[in-house]
Design a protein around this ligand. Structure first.
Ligand SMILES: C[S@@+](CC[C@H](N)C(=O)[O-])C[C@H]1O[C@@H](n2cnc3c(N)ncnc32)[C@H](O)[C@@H]1O
Length: 341
């Protein structure tokens, strides 16, 4: 019967199942670069189509859906304008997200995420089957794909690097290693806050040339690059930053990586794991969605505080505190080498 709780519940599910078209539309907006053409004010969709090379009808339909989510607004019939979230899609936004949207909706992620059901059944990352190799091996062989991933990842992390750096305890003169630090945005933010600290950006060899440290005069002379594979060795440090890495990997690989850090660490070292911490139960968290991406593209998974504590303990580390970052989906988990064995 219309309006019954049963119908409402069923209709809710049907609303949810078409939700995947929102990120698809976001990708269309990012690919066309339509937001850049609205920087000077509202414009008719016909003009936007001509400026972006899109079809008028297609672009209208994409913008109309996004406008229902507050991303763009239909200021007058057939005339669209930026909203604050749409402005973040412009190239020169203070906190741009276009490359991050392209990375998260790239076929590497999108096709894999479409196979959550298969990964749920066989327990394996769909990515390896679809693309014929594990994610980072695939990137090592595809310079264009890895450049898009690194740029997108840097933008994604760009929002959280400063608040995370503010939450990291770094003693004076400490040597900080940003382990698998990508383009080094977090290391750069940490070195800016701690003018007597030095740092090493450690990542796979093909990733390091894109680093942001070289462009920042505030950190000149205080950093070095070290290519390597964290599964075998890592440089010595007083502080290890391990951001958005453990969620990529299964527990055995994480334990191996953390033990490698503990073995290389200088006396009194701190290991700072920066990852989402999953709330228990039904509490919503962005990482409950990202977890399914981890399930389909990598062998990893997101973790609760209790899971992190157990993982660290298995690697001979003691979790000393968890610092949540306001308004960001990640926390800083501080650990030290356990003295109780
Ligand atoms: C999800 S990204 C995180 C990057 C950065 N820490 C951040 O938060 O933006 C994972 C990083 O791990 C690096 N990586 C993957 N496998 C690695 C390995 N075996 N050794 C060193 N780095 C690795 C990748 O190149 C990539 O930069």
């Amino acid at each position: 019967m219309q309006g019954s709780p049963d119908i409402e519940a069923a209709a809710f599910v049907l609303d949810e199942v078409v939700g995947y078209l929102v990120p698809a539309a976001l990708r269309a907006a990012a690919v066309t670069g339509v937001a850049d053409h609205l920087r000077n004010g509202p414009r008719p969709v016909a003009e936007l189509a001509a400026a972006t090379g899109a079809t008028e009808a297609g672009l209208h339909r994409v913008l109309r859906l996004l406008a229902t989510r507050g991303i763009f607004t239909e200021a007058a019939p057939g005339v669209f304008a930026l909203t604050p979230p749409a402005a973040a899609l412009t190239t020169d936004a203070p906190h741009p997200v276009r490359a991050a949207v392209l990375m998260m909706t790239d076929p590497a992620m999108w096709r894999s995420a479409g196979e959550v059901a298969e990964s749920t059944l066989d327990g394996k990352p769909a990515f390896d089957r679809i693309f014929g190799a594990p994610l980072f091996d695939h990137y090592a062989r595809n310079p264009e794909a890895v450049a898009a991933f690194n740029d997108g990842m840097a933008q994604y992390s760009g929002l959280e690097n400063d608040p995370v750096a503010a939450a990291c305890t770094v003693p004076p003169d400490a040597h900080v290693v940003d382990l698998a630090g990508g383009q080094g945005g977090l290391l750069c933010a940490v070195l800016r806050r701690h003018p007597t600290a030095t740092g090493t950006l450690f990542d796979l060899p093909h990733v390091l040339p894109g680093n942001v440290l070289a462009a920042d005069p505030a950190v000149t002379g205080r950093w070095r690059l070290e290519p390597g594979d964290f599964r075998t060795e890592v440089p010595p440090a007083d502080v290890y930053l391990i951001k958005r890495i453990l969620h990529d990997w299964d527990d055995d690989t994480c334990v191996r990586l953390l033990r490698t850090c503990a073995a290389a660490a200088r006396p009194g070292a701190r290991i700072l794991v920066i990852d989402p911490v999953l709330p228990e139960g039904d509490t919503p968290h962005q990482a409950k969605a990202v977890d399914l991406l981890m399930m389909t593209v990598m062998p990893g998974h997101e973790r609760t505080a209790a899971q992190f504590e157990r993982l660290l303990a298995t690697a001979g580390l003691r979790l000393t505190r968890i610092i949540d970052i306001p308004a960001m989906p990640v926390s800083v988990l501080e650990a030290v080498i356990s003295t109780t064995g």
